[in-house]
Design a protein around this ligand. Sequence first.
Ligand SMILES: Nc1ncnc2c1ncn2[C@@H]1O[C@H](COP(=O)(O)OP(=O)(O)OP(=O)(O)O)[C@@H](O)[C@H]1O
Ligand SMILES: [Mg+2]
Length: 350
Amino acid sequence: MTVDANAKTSGSSTAADDTPYAIEVQHIVKKYGDFIAVDDVSFNVKEGEIFGLLGPNGAGKSTLIRMMTTLIPITSGTAWVAGHDVAKEPNAARRMIGVIPQALTSDLDLTVEENLNIYAKLYDVPAKERKRSIDELLGLVDLTKWRDAQTKTLSGGMRRRLEIARGLVHHPKIFFLDEPTTGLDPVSRVAVWEMLGNIKSHRQLTILITTHYMDEADRLCDRIAIVDHGKLVALDSPMALKASVPGSNVIEAQFEDPPEDWEQRLHTLDEVTSVQHEGAGMYRVLTGNGSRTTTELVEMAVEAGVEVKSLSVQNTTLDDVFVHYTGRQLRDELQKAYAFVMPQSPGLRP
Ligand SMILES: Nc1ncnc2c1ncn2[C@@H]1O[C@H](COP(=O)(O)OP(=O)(O)OP(=O)(O)O)[C@@H](O)[C@H]1O
Ligand SMILES: [Mg+2]
């Protein structure tokens, strides 16, 4: 992390490679009564970066976005966007940012174009520029054919794309998106991310995005901050985060009626750094040597007379990074997210 709280006197700091910071957050705190929703979080986002905020339900992702986008007051600490202190110059900050909130907010009774027009007027985009910008954005989000359709006739994925276009009508420099793909089917999710990539190649944008989907974040984010219980627990590029977890392969194996001490026995295999029991005889084993551990695991099962029902070996994923730093799983299905998993290394969590 590149935070130097003492050096900060204006909103024009740069990263070590001289890229200016688009967002600078320093020691930011949000309290609701006695409850601390965001607890002393600091990070910087470079101009042009796609920066991901990852964390389970209630981690504080939306609260962070709301503070950075002037929607709620900051309890303490500072946030600068495009060089403006959001607490002291909220209007200047607002002109530089586009925001897609977590809930869908386009007006269902208006057409696609009307929804975009209202926003463009709200942001004082001149009439001539309005039409040009809306035409361009409809093309970028692939909704040109639907410009006269009533918004209520659109699918969830199309509405998300409309909201992405709407957030960009006033040519913001920084785009905040709060879970733009949650609830979408896999095909629509890919379409939304492709659109964001497409938009970024057409416009100079810094993107800060929250998501529950680790695979998306892995592919698309330059850097990722993991938040949990209001605290920042890890921040780096997806590759560096994965490298920071002990073990380079994940073996997922399902056994028929394994004995009670199976988890402990899996732990004793060579190079194994952690074992999670996921229920129904399924185990997730992190290892520094996938092939050797797989061989030993199969031998151990044969010796113990335990049938191996399925077996797969993969590289470490961001899911493993999340478990490592938070001690819990974060999967697409959030009902699984709170399965208790003992982390091998206590990491940064108390
Ligand atoms: N207005 C409020 N009053 C009191 N508590 C709040 C308020 N808004 C949020 N919180 C609490 O702050 C914590 C962080 O909430 P936040 O919405 O930022 O989480 P999140 O990471 O965005 O979660 P999700 O993935 O579910 O969207 C939660 O425990 C939430 O209940
Ligand atoms: Mg949220």
